[in-house]
Design a protein around this ligand. Structure first.
Ligand code: URA
Length: 270
């Protein structure tokens, strides 16, 4: 008997197992650690072409890939510190190979909106839609975020910049690890410094914890705090519920609305 072909009974069993997984909500084959898509012959297709870096852009060298975490953080700090504008920072993040999540992602999701806006929104990490398109907050949660911002006369095209604390989709949307967050942090700090916003809106508990070291979004939302970047600069930050949470628990939109008004008031002050 040729064992190289699966037998009919095996196929039926495999299909039954896959159906059961799908019924249980498992709709993607992923492990906690990112798989390197390139080793599986994945088409390079939807990966973005990184813009040609400006001559002043510090670029990550291939020899620095797969560094130990502390060295990856140190490399990110050095590169981020050398970026003197939004475009240089964007090119540097896209060229950076030091975060293991990149190997399993289709796109680097850096930011979307108006560079230098007085409002910077920071979320957690790209999901499936964001990974596919290469922009933050483009799925259902992103559409709700856009409607929330529109309610206080804010939009990406004119007066708001949107980003995340992680630039590559974690497998299966799992929570990013502390190491992954630490590796991205120097770039997040630099984006905040280069934007110099009047307010940073932290969308959800994950960016709140990453940037303020505070846990418990139910109590911390709607209360102004300060983000301190690596260089010691301070920026006002307001945590609010993540829009994905509001989609699941719409009764909390009332509190989110109050927080948006708090934000609007601050943005209208001189
Ligand atoms: N959720 C986030 O936190 N960020 C995104 O970009 C999309 C969904």
């Amino acid at each position: 008997m040729d064992n190289s072909e699966p037998q009919l009974a095996d196929q039926d069993a495999a299909i039954a197992l896959l159906r059961w997984y799908a019924d249980m909500g498992v709709d993607e084959a992923v492990a906690a650690a990112p798989a390197d898509l390139r080793r599986w012959g994945a088409k390079p297709a939807p990966r973005q072409r990184a813009a040609a870096p400006a001559t002043s852009t510090p670029v990550f060298k291939p020899s620095e890939a797969a560094l130990p975490a502390d060295e990856a953080v140190a490399a990110a700090q050095k590169i981020a510190a050398g970026c003197n504008g939004f475009e240089a920072l964007e090119a540097a993040v896209k060229a950076f190979e030091g975060c293991p999540l990149k190997a399993g992602a289709h796109n680097t999701v850096f930011a979307d909106g108006t560079p230098g806006a007085d409002l910077l929104v920071i979320g957690e990490a790209p999901g499936r839609d964001e990974d596919r398109i290469g922009k933050p907050f483009v799925g259902r949660a992103g559409q709700l975020l856009d409607r929330m911002l529109a309610a206080i006369d804010r939009d990406r095209a004119q007066n708001t910049l949107i980003s995340n604390v992680i630039y590559w989709r974690p497998p299966g949307n799992r929570t990013p690890s502390q190491t992954e967050t630490a590796i991205c942090r120097p770039f997040v700090d630099r984006l905040i410094e280069l934007t110099a916003p009047k307010a940073v809106l932290l969308a959800g508990g994950a960016p709140m914890q990453a940037l303020l070291g505070v846990t418990g979004i139910m109590r911390a939302r709607g209360v102004w705090r300060e983000i301190e970047t690596a260089s010691g600069a301070r920026y006002p930050a307001l945590p609010i519920f993540h829009p994905a949470f509001l989609l699941r628990q719409p009764a909390n939109k009332r509190l989110a609305w109050a927080d948006l008004l708090t934000l609007q008031k601050r943005l209208m002050e001189d």
